[in-house]
Ligand binder design. Structure first.
Ligand SMILES: [Zn+2]
Length: 338
């Protein structure tokens, strides 16, 4: 073999290894069993909760009787975990003019000190077309399993609020109601939102708030399997989609958003059911959110640093990040005026 062929073969081998690694690393992690250590997130446990909360798997849109039954089961689960959940009822209107009466479930875990709280948010309503086992059943079940894990582990420094809201599918109404009318909203310092736009795949961190380089840095240092890229948010901003995080951000709260997007054809259909809800996606969602809730509960939420980062993950193992060059632009502008 001549030198050129050897080089080509070596390059091919490296590429094949990289593609193989990428396929492995961007697959969601395996679901952990129901007997995983108590402070850890277990998709095995979360799936049992998901199955129970979904009941017969009927669609449960805003204001429906099926929705009321789902809400009662969510409330009962928080109660069983030793929380004192409460109900927020409010009439809310969204930004495209849809209004409805919504009922949110809220639970609070006191922190080691009285300070601004971390909000973990997901919605329990589904679209009328399907049971929403992933959208947003996965977020809901993850939040309930995290509520359990937080009690089992070291108490977080800051309080944690768990919000399971109604009406996301009708113009983000539950989040609107919480921000506008719930007294706990003014105590929130940062938000972790859980969503789904499919039924499978890795849980991607696809959105942050402005001036949130510090959250990206925290994400990079706290999450075991970070899958993210600042381009996701650039693309997302161009799409007509919104989630509850839009409402929280409008309310001035910093935060980050996780979603999985595989099996997109099942999104908002009858096949967004328990059978198609990927246990690995649930595990990744839960691992990400639990790590971020714990990290934010120890972070400076009173006066976080400003600044933006550009970033991308390498094989869901490490996040390369660098400050966006506002200083460079300013210098260029000054130069232009001369
Ligand atoms: Zn949703």
């Amino acid at each position: 073999m001549d030198r050129a062929s050897a080089k080509l073969l070596a390059a091919l081998a490296v590429t094949i290894v990289f593609i193989g690694l990428a396929a492995l690393r961007y697959r969601p992690p395996p679901a952990r069993p129901a007997d995983a250590p108590a402070p850890d997130f277990s998709a095995g446990r979360a799936r049992e909760v998901l199955r129970a909360v979904l009941g017969g798997g009927e669609p449960h849109p805003t204001g429906s009787e099926a929705g009321a039954r789902v809400r009662q089961r969510v409330f009962a689960e928080l109660d069983r975990l030793g929380y004192q959940p409460r109900i927020q009822e409010a009439f809310a209107c969204g930004s495209v003019g849809i209004c409805a009466r919504v009922t949110n479930v809220i639970a609070r875990l006191d922190g080691r000190r009285a300070a601004k709280a971390v909000l973990l948010s997901a919605h329990y309503d589904s679209v009328p077309a399907g049971p929403g086992a992933s959208d947003d059943g996965a977020g809901m079940a993850a939040a309930l399993e995290i509520a359990r894990a937080l009690k089992a582990g070291t108490r977080p420094e800051r309080p944690v609020l768990i919000l399971l809201n109604e009406g996301e599918e009708d113009d983000l109404l539950g989040a609107e109601a919480f921000v506008a009318a719930d007294p706990a909203a003014k105590d929130v310092g940062a938000v972790v939102n859980l969503e789904a736009r499919g039924t499978t795949g890795a849980s991607l961190m696809f959105e942050t708030s402005d001036q949130s380089g510090w959250i990206v840095d925290l994400f990079a240092r706290s999450v075991a399997r970070p899958a993210s890229n600042s381009i996701y948010y650039t693309i997302y901003k161009m799409l007509p989609n919104d989630t509850d995080l839009t409402v929280y951000k409008r309310g001035g709260l910093p935060g980050l958003n996780f979603a999985f997007i595989g099996g997109e054809a099942r999104y908002h259909t009858p096949r967004d059911d328990f059978a198609h809800a990927d246990p690995g996606s649930l595990q990744h969602h839960g691992d990400n959110a639990l790590a971020m809730v714990r990290a934010l509960a120890s972070a400076d939420l009173e006066a976080p640093p400003r600044g933006e980062l550009a970033f991308f993950d390498v094989l869901a193992s490490y996040v390369v990040r660098w400050p966006l060059g506002t200083e460079l632009i300013r210098r260029h502008e000054r130069g232009g005026k001369r």
